[in-house]
Design a binder for this molecule. Sequence first.
Ligand SMILES: CC(C)(COP(=O)(O)OP(=O)(O)OC[C@H]1O[C@@H](n2cnc3c(N)ncnc32)[C@H](O)[C@@H]1OP(=O)(O)O)[C@@H](O)C(=O)NCCC(=O)NCCS
Length: 458
Amino acid sequence: MSSSLQTGDSPRDVLPGGLVLRRATPKDREALVSLLTDAHRGPDGTPATSVGQWQQDLFDREHPTVGFDDMTVVEDQHTGMPVACLMVIPQTWSYGGVPLGVSAIELAATHPDYRRLGLMSRQLEALLAVSAGRGDLVQALVDILYFRSVDFHPALVARAGRGGKAHTLPPAPAEGEPVSLRPATVDDVPALIHADSQLRRRVLMSCLRNEAEWRHELTGRSPGAMMHNEVVMVEAGTRPAGYVVLGYGGIPSFPIPSWLPGLPCPEPAISVSGFELLPEVPWCEAVPSVLRQLTARGTSGTGGGGAEEYMLWLGAEHPAYDVLGDVLVRRPPSMGWFLRVPDVAALLRRIAPVLEQRLVNTPAESFTGDLRLHFYQHGLHMRFEAGRLTAVRPWAGHNRRGSDASLPEQMFLQMVFGHARWEQLAPAFPDCRLQTGTAHLLLPVLFPPQNSHIFPLV
Ligand SMILES: CC(C)(COP(=O)(O)OP(=O)(O)OC[C@H]1O[C@@H](n2cnc3c(N)ncnc32)[C@H](O)[C@@H]1OP(=O)(O)O)[C@@H](O)C(=O)NCCC(=O)NCCS
């Protein structure tokens, strides 16, 4: 963020009506918790204490990546009170094993008397500059509703899930459950990191967590906070076998439940948002066992009794879905991650090792040549030599006729993030053109569709 935002006295930061855009400071703590609790009230007026508690935890429980610099407020100088706030939460995502700096946009609130004045848009602009200054390659949000004027594009599936009924799970084997469950503690952090790494064998993109970030999942969230998850260890005998995350996995509010403004969640279903096993543990044995035990235990919403249903919010694909098959009768629609890539060339340069690996064992192996992509308002020139991506730079003379492919940037990003392949996207972008044999050869190989699952650090 520009240093001027620290003082709030530069012309850029002074807004009409005696409002000032500035960074948050420790003095704003109580006012910001109140602002979020009030602004997110439910339709019946219930204060959103779970949202306020989420913010309170960020202040009090030492979030590993967020500081006051990551949060903006708009202050009404007449009252001295914050009337709007917004935050970015820095995190690291993996793209095929390559770490990418990502800023997730969260905790937006504007006091009802100050809405539709552009305060959110101004803060977003300032925070995106902070993120770009940090070198983040991706900026992400899951709720696009109020951010339509900036170039975030739907590029990944979020909160995809399937669910079933407890009574249709297969019965436990006569010799007893093959795995057992217990709450995770900070001593389990190395085992959690190891189990979590298994996810990256299956997906293209995921959120990386280091020791401090896993510890935060275990100790940094109050039970009443919207982002509180319960992390449970799965054990085979006394050995770690994997983990399960219970809760909403960092993405609130879908399907938008009636209880949203207040936790605990009374939904009478177990909500599983993370589930990984070590390679030596068979999914076909562990999945029914874990779900039998979780549903027998119930949720806070079932008053201590068992839960009749469970939901697996594990992405578009997951081994548990394959194990359970037709038993999974609930298939709710998914949400989207909206991603913004401030510098597409920089992103492609960063993921070059993944792109080069994709050429191996294909007809494009050891390719030497150029791929010119035309995105209508700008273009990119990718240079390959013997299968190595040696340069990615803006294409100054971009034009459709001279390109190998011409397509909107949104479509390209959906391909880069593995959301879908050219043929699947083309009907929605009828102006796209594959112009040359080079594009026909390279694009399907460089950007195959691949599942991703993001459990964001929020
Ligand atoms: C959503 C919220 C943060 C918007 O704040 P705001 O300061 O009024 O937003 P802005 O005036 O900067 O408007 C941002 C964009 O959203 C649009 N917008 C804002 N409120 C809108 C509404 N109720 N319906 C449709 N569009 C809306 C604006 O037109 C603007 O788009 P534009 O730049 O293309 O014109 C505010 O209404 C709020 O706090 N709501 C309650 C909490 C909430 O819903 N948070 C977000 C989801 S978690």
